[in-house]
Design a protein around this ligand. Structure first.
Ligand code: GLA
Length: 753
């Protein structure tokens, strides 16, 4: 609900209120953003400026409280007494004052192709003016989340040069830490936390895309906030291009935070009568710690960001041929894999890179769409039909934004590549196409849609494998071009499951999630690396958006050897897939995968859409009476102590059935220890034990009990862990890179009760 009375705006959402005041100078003050409060309490939030701090520039020389530099504002100017970072830079003074406002149901649609959150209850649009320009500040309430964006209109007679325009600005009283998520290829989402002081903390991407270097989502938390308690703010941007966020604390104890398009090299010329609109920024507040904040963000993404068709719609278990085959395949090999994948329980077969043009490695073919007849003599339609006949859906990889110099497209239209006046700079041997050109966008739309309509294709992996070189307004126009293309292709085909990818998670953002509900988190599928990547994504994105695959061990990117159960257990907390050569799997590995997929399907809804919690030693998902908890071990310390599992969010007085998900141990895991228990003296590297390792498994410890919700939330004691004193079937062999899952179900619904 949005209220307005006596110059006070109160925007109420689930669990928050945003209070704004138009002060007597027409500036918009940020009185409060946080716990739900009443508009009647607005006075309690007024800052007491008193006689000021000295060296202040005043709006009214007779009013010591009229210093913009020490006000808590929701927007500010440049060169007019507020010397903190400005949200708007035009090379001239800016000083917008309140003119009028509008409160409306729903949301004002974007005028440009920028995507927008869906399902706003109400919006407030505040119009601020200065000679020759109007500024519209948009606020929308979506359940537990508030969004903001800005529109600048040139109402004067000469052009305005825009260098910087933020989607929002907000001054919050108090001290905060800023947490950002940074990284690079195969090392996405490393969490960094810095205290916000008088020097700015900046989170910015200038690669042309949201990037794996600096995910646009970030957090501001009070210094004592923990996972389950304390005040935390979360911010994100519905945008896939260069972005910028900054936080800075003033001497007076106000933390200024802002986010928008990166101003680095940004320039846009606004002719008289023209408008510029920023992407929509997302903000949420929780007084229940990081976990509380994540729940709000998850709900928002699941309900207001991803396409309607895919909201809470179960995602298929997929098999992707990339890590197994790379470019080396033909129809026969693919069908062999598809048959095996089907036998394991996979529901969707995805053909990755290499199906078109002369693409036998990554040096050629991007930009071309003719199916490679040598590899696929019956075309995509023939292959899709055969895969459909096996009882699986068929999906396809595209990289439509790129072009290789060795391609028919580049030979015909070298001018369609995005270049500058210097030598073209290649990355992965490719250039980007210039999506600011209408003919390039048309080419992509025509070719991708013709391919999609030529066969029964129900899934698309949309890849993009390089950074951009576009600067100025072109970088932004490229992203608008991308959104235009995605909208034209996928809006008429809502049933196609679109998974975005950019060398893994180089474009994991709310912008692309508006067009497709999943993103490929990382090319790094090592489960131990994924513990970091998926856990850190979970601060701002729900697990339904994570493409999470089981791949080979030792892992291609880390050479780390991990048990199959851990690869499965980590991938379960996302949209499960398999991406390895199935031909070389042992029989016992196949059996284990069959069990993994059957188990995942049984609890798919809980894994994909359940409420997600980060635990001290793992993760938890829950949906009504069912809770699934995973415990993950990175490195084992010898003689591990007692271990407790503490579950969250149960009904204290209800009784629950608690049990381990049974797991098997490979004999080889015990190395030379086996000879101590075998009746004969066996060579640990000899054929007998090597064969036994391929054929025999031992059960890992299994625990079950019936217990109250309150006991589970207090923390129940788990079976002892392997301590170097021998194997026991009543013990958990949770050694390096080990993991286990627990199933907790309300007694009334549990079959075993
Ligand atoms: C990128 C993707 C991979 C795969 C390859 C194909 O690296 O992230 O998953 O699709 O391209 O070339």
């Amino acid at each position: 609900m949005i209220e307005y009375r006596n110059n006070i705006f109160a925007l109420h959402g689930d669990g928050f209120t945003c209070l704004l005041r138009v002060n007597r100078y027409g500036l918009l003050e940020q009185l409060h953003f946080g716990e739900p409060v009443s508009a009647e309490d607005a006075d309690a939030f007024l800052l007491k400026q008193g006689l000021g701090w000295g060296t202040s520039v005043l709006l009214d020389d007779s009013d010591s409280e009229s210093c913009p530099d020490t006000m808590a504002l929701a927007w500010s100017g440049s060169g007019r007494g507020d010397y903190r970072q400005s949200p708007l830079e035009t090379g001239n003074v800016t000083d917008f004052r309140y003119a009028d406002h509008q409160i409306l149901d729903g949301i004002v649609p974007m005028a440009s192709p920028l995507p927008q959150a869906k399902g706003a209850a109400q919006s407030l649009v505040i119009r601020m003016t200065q000679p020759g320009a109007e500024l519209y500040l948009h606020f929308s309430v979506f359940g537990g989340v508030l969004t903001r964006r800005t529109v600048l209109k040139n109402t004067g007679g000469s052009p305005i040069t825009l260098h910087k325009i933020m989607s929002f600005l907000m001054d919050l009283p108090g001290d905060y830490k800023m947490t950002t998520f940074n990284g690079g290829w195969i090392a996405e989402m490393r969490k960094n936390t810095l205290p916000v002081r008088q020097s700015q903390v900046v989170n910015e991407s200038v690669t042309g895309f949201s990037s794996h270097r600096h995910n646009p989502g970030f957090l501001l938390s009070e210094l004592d906030a923990t996972e389950d308690a304390g005040r935390v703010y979360g911010f994100n941007l519905i945008y896939s291009g260069n972005h910028y966020a900054a936080a800075q604390r003033s001497l007076q104890g106000l933390t200024r935070v802002m986010q928008g398009i990166s101003p680095a090299n940004f320039i846009a010329l606004l002719q008289p009568g023209e408008c510029f609109e920023t992407p929509e920024a997302v903000m949420a507040f929780s007084d229940a710690g990081f976990g509380g904040l994540s729940s709000k963000m998850h709900r928002f993404v699941n309900e207001c960001i991803v396409p309607k068709y895919w909201q809470y719609r179960p995602r298929p278990v997929l098999y992707n041929d990339w890590e197994g085959c790379m470019f080396d395949f033909d129809q026969q090999r693919l069908l062999g894999l598809a048959k095996d994948a089907k036998a394991l329980g996979c529901e969707l077969f995805v053909l990755d890179d290499g199906w078109f043009g002369n693409r036998n490695d990554d040096r050629a073919g991007l930009g071309d769409y003719a199916v490679n007849a040598k590899k696929l003599p019956h075309g995509l339609a023939g292959l899709a039909k055969k895969i459909n006949d096996l009882g699986m859906e068929f999906g396809l990889w595209f990289e439509p934004e790129s072009v290789n110099i060795d391609s028919d497209l580049y030979r015909a239209h070298p001018d369609w590549a995005l270049t500058d006046e210097f030598e073209p700079l290649l990355s992965r041997h490719q250039l980007l196409l210039d999506l600011t050109k209408a003919e390039v966008r048309d080419y992509i739309v025509e070719n991708v849609t013709a391919t999609l309509d030529s066969a029964n294709i129900t899934y698309v992996k949309w890849d993009m494998n390089r950074h951009s070189i576009a600067l100025g307004s072109k970088a932004h126009d490229y992203i608008l071009g991308l959104y235009d293309v995605l909208r034209r292709i996928f809006e008429p085909r809502p049933h196609i499951l679109l998974e975005n990818c950019a060398s893994g998670g180089n474009r994991f953002d709310l912008g692309v999630l508006c067009f497709g509900p999943q993103v490929w988190c990382s090319d790094d599928t090592d489960p131990i690396e994924r513990l970091t990547i998926q856990e850190n994504l979970s601060y701002l994105y729900p697990q339904s958006t994570f493409g999470a695959h089981v791949s080979a061990s030792p892992h291609a990117q880390t050479l780390r050897t991990t048990p199959l159960c851990t690869r499965g257990n980590v991938s379960f907390f996302g949209c499960l897939g398999y991406e390895l050569d199935l031909k070389h799997l042992l029989k016992l590995e196949k059996e284990e995968i069959i069990e993994q997929i059957a188990f995942y399907k049984q609890y798919r809804k809980v894994f994909q859409f359940g409420a997600f919690h980060r635990l001290k030693n793992g993760w938890q998902v829950s949906d009504g009476p069912i809770v699934l908890a995973g415990i993950f071990r990175k490195l084992l310390n010898a003689a591990p102590g007692y271990e407790t599992l503490r579950v969250k969010g149960l009904e204290p007085n209800k009784r629950y059935c608690f049990c381990s998900h049974p797991q098997k141990l490979r004999i080889g895991q015990f190395g030379s220890l086996v000879k101590h228990v075998a009746p004969i003296n066996l060579n640990p590297n000899g054929i007998v034990l090597r064969t036994a390792d391929r054929l025999i498994t031992l059960p890992d410890g299994y625990q079950e009990c019936c217990v109250s919700g309150s006991a589970l939330m207090a923390g129940i004691r788990l079976l002892p862990c392997f301590r170097g004193t021998g194997y026991d079937k009543n013990q958990r062999t949770l050694t390096d890179f080990g993991s286990e899952l627990y199933i907790i179900e309300e007694e009334s619904t549990c079959e075993n009760a």
